[in-house]
Ligand binder design. Structure first.
Ligand SMILES: [Zn+2]
Length: 95
């Protein structure tokens, strides 16, 4: 008689407590898609985004994502010397 009972409620309870203690398990991800030159998958359960590498064809690890961030280049001051300004306008005229 016990075997005829639908066990899906047990599964639901398990998922409920799993999310409380461990967060979303992210079992249901979309296929990867690319927007604004960034590829990622999205969890259909919680909406989290996971960066995806089209080269490696897998999700990226956090340390790989950190490596991909564009380096902050040192800002160069705008030249205020008159000679420099003259060079700039000459370049502009050619363009
Ligand atoms: Zn999730």
């Amino acid at each position: 008689m016990l075997a005829t009972i639908d066990m899906s409620w047990l599964r639901a309870i398990y998922n409920f407590f799993y999310e409380i203690f461990f967060g979303c398990s992210h079992d249901h991800l979309t296929r990867p898609f690319t927007l604004h030159a960034h590829s990622y998958k999205v969890c259909l359960d919680c909406g989290s985004q996971f960066p995806y590498s089209l080269d490696k064809m897998r999700l990226l690890h956090p340390w790989e994502i950190a490596k991909q961030q564009p380096r902050v280049t040192e800002l160069t001051p705008i030249p205020t010397h008159p000679q420099a300004q003259e060079d700039y306008s000459r370049t502009k005229a050619i363009a």
